[in-house]
Structure formats: structure tokens, C-alpha cells
Design a protein around this ligand. Structure first.
Ligand SMILES: [Zn+2]
Ligand SMILES: [Zn+2]
Length: 228
């Protein structure tokens, strides 16, 4: 049996998604198919924001995050490593914690160096870190939602660019955009009072959260019919 526990790391969550879903993903889903799912569930989370339905926000945000991990697995991207490189306890634009972008208005992204010793050891630690860099009282939940949609589009654009031209620089852009999506995803979660690690533990206590099999045996059609 595979499960995710709340004291586990972002990297362990990515591995868990690989253990449960890599076989059906590799057999049934092209990269475009996976992006469609990742976007579909992100959009359903945004619908939850519009309808002020916290359950809808939660489940769809977590499913979208799971599809993002599946995409990263397909590309052999180590999400935790790249998130930490982009956000080493500091805002990647202004280089401050908490972020002072509104005050400083940096034109260019600042080069921020990471001190490995400070890297959060758990998924919950990453949520706390993002909360410290970007305190949620600065924006409303719908504003976080708009930002998440923007980052979702940028992940898609970066992946399509890479699939079209196969340049290493474009693969690097995917890593940056995935990191930004993760940052925003934690922003939405914190703003909606969702403890991501705790909720993932509940959702993934026993293999796939829908069929409860390892590996997942959900059919392509049944996944496309999910309306949470
Ligand atoms: Zn900043
Ligand atoms: Zn399943």
C-alpha cells in the first residue's frame, strides 16, 4: 500500500504520485492530456473560490497539484529542488522575506542565493515558508485565484514551447513556472485555510484517492467524468 503522511516532504509526495500514477499516466496520457487534467482541476478550484465552497477549492486544488507532480515526473523534474532554488526562504523578485515587491517594485528578478540549511524538510514546512514570504493578508482569496490561473497558463506555455523546440532553456523555464505554480497554490491554500499536508494525508491514506488501487486503475473516461 502507498500513502502520503503529513510529516513527509514535497519530494516524497512527488514520489508517491509516481508510485501510484506513473503506470496509468504513461500508458493513457500524452503530455497534452495531462496538462488538460491539471488545468481542468485548477479551474474547478477557481470555481470553488467563486462559489465560496471551501470543499470544492480543497479537493480540486489538491488534485491539480497531483497532476502537476505527474507532469514533473514525466519530465524528470525534481520539484522540491527547483522550488527551493526559486524560493530560498525569500521572494525571488525582491529578495526579501516578507516580500516587499509592492514597496520596491523591482523591474527585474533579483538573484537569490539559497542556504541549504534552511530548506523546509516537510510539505507543511514549505507551506509555512510561503506564508512567511507572502503573508496572506496582502491579497484576497479571489486575487490569489487570479494569480494561480496566470501561473497555470505560464506552465502550459512553457511546456508547449519545450515540446515544440526541445531547447534546454525551455526546460529550465518549465522548472521556474512549476515552482511559481506551487508558490501560488500554497497561497490559495493558506488564504482558504487549507492545510495542504494534512489534507493530502486524508486524501491519500490508501493508494489512489478514487479507486484505492496501487497502481491506480481509474480509466481515462472515468477520470474525464469526475466532477468534484
Ligand atoms: Zn517580493
Ligand atoms: Zn485510481
Amino acid at each position: 500500500m502507498a500513502s502520503f503522511r503529513k510529516n513527509q516532504s514535497l519530494q516524497e509526495f512527488q514520489k508517491f504520485i509516481g508510485d501510484v500514477y506513473a503506470i496509468p499516466d504513461d500508458r493513457l496520457y500524452s503530455m497534452a492530456d495531462m496538462l488538460v487534467q491539471q488545468q481542468r482541476f485548477t479551474m474547478r478550484a477557481l470555481k470553488g473560490i467563486r462559489k465560496q465552497n471551501s470543499e470544492k477549492i480543497k479537493i480540486n486544488l489538491l488534485v491539480a497539484l497531483s497532476w502537476l507532480m505527474a507532469i514533473a515526473n514525466r519530465l524528470h523534474i525534481d520539484v522540491e529542488k527547483d522550488v527551493w532554488k526559486r524560493f530560498p526562504m525569500l521572494c525571488s523578485y525582491c529578495g526579501k522575506k516578507p516580500c516587499e515587491c509592492k514597496k520596491i517594485r523591482p523591474q527585474k528578478r533579483k538573484y537569490v542565493k539559497s542556504d541549504g540549511a534552511q530548506k523546509p524538510k516537510t510539505m507543511a514546512g514549505f507551506q509555512k515558508m510561503f506564508n512567511e514570504i507572502y503573508p496572506t493578508n496582502n491579497k484576497t482569496l479571489p486575487e490569489y485565484g487570479v494569480h494561480l490561473a496566470e501561473e497555470m497558463g505560464e506552465v502550459s506555455e512553457a511546456i508547449h514551447n519545450f515540446l515544440g523546440q526541445h531547447k534546454i532553456k525551455q526546460l529550465e523555464d518549465i522548472k521556474l513556472e512549476i515552482s511559481d505554480y506551487i508558490s501560488c497554490s500554497f497561497g490559495v491554500a493558506s488564504s482558504a485555510n487549507i492545510d495542504v499536508a494534512k489534507e493530502l494525508e486524508k486524501m491519500y491514506s490508501n493508494n489512489c484517492h478514487v479507486c484505492h488501487k496501487l497502481p491506480c486503475v481509474c480509466s481515462f473516461n472515468s477520470v474525464s467524468l469526475i466532477k468534484t
